[in-house]
Design a protein around this ligand. Structure first.
Ligand SMILES: [Mg+2]
Length: 384
């Protein structure tokens, strides 16, 4: 059985306003609004917690804020300063794991599953991150800790500011149950209204729902929404670079439980993805195996590499083991895919530690070059 993942959602508290209060002690303890001036068209981007007592919130028209709090401090945004601060915060987060996915200027997901052996459990890591951000940057963050991204994001929002909220696996359904269906990812106003009209008001209502009954309302997303409502979310934390991921997948003509065919198809994906990684001069820190069953249920299984890789064997082997773990045969497979994630420029230094990897890289490069000349069918590696 796979260990529960450790996922963190770090959300800076009233980010722009907090930076201004840090840099201008005279603003502390006062309502601070960052955004358009109160006598002009435009909105408040962020306001301090003191301003929220006046009923002001982000995205509120500045004129409305001006009426609610005429004596507040209104500041124009200093985008450069906030972006620089964001980079400092990300640098702190990356000291705990390379698997950091910035979501916006003041929010990020972290996968600390592999870091736990070094820094303590996920809650301990969350505590350390909050302490470092406070001591080094003079700012507070609210952190959610859970087994997946959806739950971690819900958690960080439950206690703000300066919160540290854990949603334990055994509590997840109970924590989600009273929340509005609008809190589910992918449920916008239109979908929420449709769900509410049919009696699905809370996430708890969806936990008990039969996906068949939801299908007329939300189409193919029915199963996904019920899974989310039950706190299931398999999406990996994706490290951001320009190319976020490189993947290859294949839908079979006929659903199959032939493990050999599945493995051969997976190897084909590994070759194709590795070739593309080398072409773009990128290496993957992690990769996912995607399986879609005959009933369209889709699962992903992630593996993280000790060293970033662009080698098909390195991509293939751990995912082949994950495939073998899936007990194929009980249900047939419709689609299999492999995606390389957390991409970054390959480090030469890494290869020096593993001469066989360097040898494989050179061989693979030579094969790529030949293929480019002769066409991809012309050459097959030994053991294909
Ligand atoms: Mg925030």
């Amino acid at each position: 059985m796979l260990a529960v993942r450790g996922i963190l959602h770090v959300d800076m508290d009233a980010f722009f306003a907090s930076i201004e209060q840090r840099d201008h002690p005279e603003y502390r303890g006062k309502p601070v609004m960052v955004g358009a001036p109160p006598d002009r068209r435009g909105i408040i981007a962020t306001c301090s917690y003191e301003a929220r007592k006046f009923g002001i919130h982000s995205a509120m028209p500045s004129r409305t804020a001006g009426r609610l709090c005429p004596h507040g401090i209104y500041l124009p945004p200093d985008g450069k300063k906030y972006a620089a601060e964001s980079r400092e915060i990300l640098a702190i987060l990356r000291k705990f794991t390379p698997e950091v996915e910035p979501v916006s200027i003041d929010e990020a997901f972290l996968d600390v599953t592999a870091s736990r052996s070094v820094f303590g459990d996920a809650v301990e890591i969350a505590r350390k991150i909050k302490a470092r951000i406070f001591h080094e940057r003079g700012l507070t963050a609210s952190v959610g800790v859970a087994s997946n991204k959806f739950l971690a994001k819900i958690a960080s929002d439950l206690n703000k500011p300066d919160g540290l909220t854990v949603i334990a696996e055994e509590d997840k359904e109970a924590v989600l149950a009273p929340l509005s269906v609008g809190r589910l990812w992918g449920v916008g106003r239109v979908t929420r209204d449709a769900l509410e009209k049919h009696g699905y008001r809370t996430i708890g209502d969806l936990q008990k729902a039969d996906p068949q009954h939801l299908r007329p309302l939300v189409g193919s997303r029915a199963q996904h929404l019920v899974d989310l409502a039950r706190g299931k979310d398999a999406r990996p934390v994706e490290t951001a670079v320009e190319t976020k991921s490189i993947g290859s997948e294949h839908t079979f003509e006929t659903d199959t439980d032939d493990l050999l065919l599945l493995k051969r198809t997976l190897w084909g994906h590994a070759e194709k993805v590795a070739r593309e990684l080398r072409k773009q001069n990128l290496a993957a820190r992690s990769a996912t195996l995607k399986l879609r069953y005959a009933d369209f249920a889709t699962i992903t299984r992630q593996t993280t590499f000790a060293q970033p890789t662009q080698d098909e064997t390195a991509l293939y082997e751990p995912l082949e083991r994950r495939l073998a773990d899936e007990k194929i045969g009980r249900r047939k497979i419709r689609l299999i895919g492999l995606t390389a994630r957390a991409l970054e420029p390959p480090s030469i230094q890494l290869d020096l530690f593993d001469p066989s990897a360097e040898k494989r890289r050179r061989l693979a490069q030579a094969v790529d070059d030949l293929r480019a000349k002769l066409g991809s069918r012309a050459i097959r590696r030994l053991g294909d």
